[in-house]
Design a protein around this ligand. Structure first.
Ligand SMILES: Cc1cc2nc3c(=O)[nH]c(=O)nc-3n(C[C@H](O)[C@H](O)[C@H](O)COP(=O)(O)O)c2cc1C
Length: 236
């Protein structure tokens, strides 16, 4: 006997885990979009993002970057602005993302946040970020901090993304890259490899299952109510 009388059993059927085993899995390379949050000429968050991109390519992913230079502040231009359109297309294309931001005054940079603020939760019936995987990286000028990855984790939740548990914060980032901009071997580098491995694995695991994973009971209740209202109006 059920102890949950307020749950509509008919709508609960969608929860059936058997749906997971009916999904046809795709085999193309996982598509990862890499965003970084700095416009500095020698930017360590960009260098870290590029290093992450190389590792992702090595792990079999297809990687694209967005250059935030020239992106207007949110709402300062129409969404038809070419940089905004480029960012939105990349977000739609991607199956997972990497966000790499510097820490400034204990927070992610405005450059980082502006990119996310230009990506709407819903775009022509498609949700460009919902259910996609996300890995977080930050660089610090000082000793190691986690303020920025922690904030981006909240932002990832707001964008309804699946933020992976592992993350990387590179302390005193100016010590960690050579003159050519390559990351030096270190425990920090190995950690970035760990994070990228985890991102690719979670992307393989989840990308074809979003219809099931993102299907919400409350939304099913709402659409059933809307449908019943439409039917009732027609019969009047
Ligand atoms: C205005 C300003 C504020 C900063 N605040 C912090 C901070 O709160 N914590 C920290 O670790 N580093 C701080 N830094 C150092 C930056 O994180 C560091 O320079 C980093 O390399 C900048 O990223 P980028 O190289 O990608 O531009 C600050 C730098 C600036 C210019």
């Amino acid at each position: 006997m059920t102890d949950t009388p307020n749950i509509d059993d008919a709508l609960f059927q969608n929860f059936d885990p058997a749906r997971l085993f009916e999904v046809k899995r795709s085999t193309h390379a996982p598509r990862i979009l890499v965003l970084y949050g700095s416009l500095r000429e020698r930017s360590y968050s960009r260098l870290l993002a590029e290093e992450a991109g190389r590792i992702l390519t090595r792990l079999g992913a297809e990687v694209r970057f967005f250059d935030p230079k020239g992106l207007p502040l949110p709402d300062a231009e129409e969404a038809s602005h070419p940089k905004v359109a480029e960012l939105r297309e990349l977000a739609q294309w991607s199956e997972g993302m990497v966000w790499s931001s510097p820490e400034r005054h204990g927070a992610m940079t405005s450059v980082m946040k502006a990119q996310i603020d230009w990506i709407p939760l819903s775009l022509g019936g498609v949700r460009p970020t919902q259910g996609k995987t996300l890995a977080l990286l930050q660089v610090c000028g000082g000793s190691q901090s986690f303020n920025t990855v922690n904030q981006m984790r909240i932002l990832g939740r707001w964008m309804r993304m699946m933020t992976i548990p592992n993350q990387s914060s590179v302390a005193k980032a100016f010590h960690e890259f050579d003159a050519a901009g390559r990351m030096l071997p270190s425990a920090y580098y190995n950690r970035v490899v760990d994070v990228m491995e985890e991102l690719v694995k979670f992307t393989w695991l989840t990308r074809d299952l979003n219809d099931y994973l993102l299907d919400r009971y409350s939304e099913r209740v709402e659409s059933a109510e809307e449908l019943s209202q439409r039917v009732n109006q027609k019969s009047l």
